[in-house]
Design a binder for this molecule. Structure first.
Ligand SMILES: NC(=O)c1ccc[n+]([C@@H]2O[C@H](COP(=O)([O-])OP(=O)(O)OC[C@H]3O[C@@H](n4cnc5c(N)ncnc54)[C@H](OP(=O)(O)O)[C@@H]3O)[C@@H](O)[C@H]2O)c1
Length: 254
């Protein structure tokens, strides 16, 4: 259960090596999170993240192999985590791939693979986690969506469409959990300086993993269902969503 201050004590991250996840976990460790499960596919990077958390005072850190594309294994993986730790306060869906738009357009199989990780796997893990949170009667399921979900751009519409799908899925899942005690938080960061965006020119309002982490912690405190980081992007995207196609495309070329 969350502690007396409402801060999560037991946390599981799918995509445990994500830099945004790392920033959130540092904040939660400082608020006395006691148990963290890191599920990911790179054992060495997972172990490095686990060592950092132990040094920050987290009592129990477990690392688990997790391949997002292997949806057949998700239910058992999620059930194992909930069975072993009994009570999960926060689950973070942090895995995702950006891909290269031109390469994806030229290779439908690769594009399908990206959709399988970003959308299909998010559906599979999301449903497995939601069932257990519904049963335990509490918990926050936090999903890292993106501003790219809001309106597809020519320059990254394969990635954007996968995020639009997962964003819609988690909003609906949040509605389905109403009254259960569990809830969903959909996070829509803009450009964040992480491994995923390394070497790319920063977009306007580019931000940091720690700013995203701060936005998530605020949402846990306030009960917000949607988080934009930085928050101004909510208003920027409200305008962009309604721009006529030719104007939107012109802006996208800049
Ligand atoms: N950075 C941004 O500008 C930005 C903006 C909006 C939303 N987001 C979203 O935020 C989330 C975290 O991204 P980040 O910025 O923290 O980037 P990151 O550090 O590159 O994290 C991406 C995570 O996804 C994992 N992953 C990728 N493919 C996987 C697969 N097939 N199976 C299991 N794990 C897989 C990576 O694992 P490995 O360590 O094994 O590669 C890594 O843990 C992503 O969903 C991303 O779409 C990012």
């Amino acid at each position: 259960m969350n502690d007396a201050q409402g801060s999560p004590q037991t946390v599981v991250v799918f995509g445990g090596t994500s830099e945004i996840a790392g920033a959130l976990l540092r904040r939660l460790a400082a608020r006395r999170a006691r148990t963290v499960v890191l599920a990911g596919r790179d054992a060495a990077r997972l172990e490095a993240a686990a060592a950092e958390l132990r040094a920050a005072g987290v009592t129990l850190v477990e690392t688990l192999p997790f391949e997002a594309a292997d949806t057949a294994g998700h239910q058992a993986l999620v059930d194992g985590v909930f069975d072993r730790h009994r009570d999960i306060d926060l689950a973070l869906i942090a895995f995702g791939e950006l891909g290269d738009q031109a390469a994806l357009e030229a290779d439908p199989e690769a594009a399908a693979g990206l959709a399988r990780v970003n959308y299909v796997a998010a559906v599979s893990v999301g449903l497995a986690v939601a069932a257990r949170m519904r049963a335990q009667g509490h918990g926050n399921l936090v999903a890292l969506s993106s501003v790219a979900a809001e309106r597809p751009r020519r320059s990254n519409f394969v990635y954007g469409s996968t995020k639009a799908g997962m964003d819609a899925f988690f909003r609906g899942l949040g509605d389905s959990l109403r009254g259960s005690g569990a809830r969903v938080v959909v996070v829509r960061p803009g450009f964040v300086h992480t491994r995923m965006t390394a070497g790319l020119p920063p977009a306007p309002f580019a931000t940091t993993p720690d700013a995203v982490a701060a936005g998530i912690v605020r949402a846990l405190e306030t009960g917000a269902a949607t988080v934009w980081v930085p928050s101004i992007l909510k208003w920027v995207m409200t305008v962009l969503r309604h721009l006529p196609g030719p104007v939107f495309r012109k802006l996208g070329e800049r």
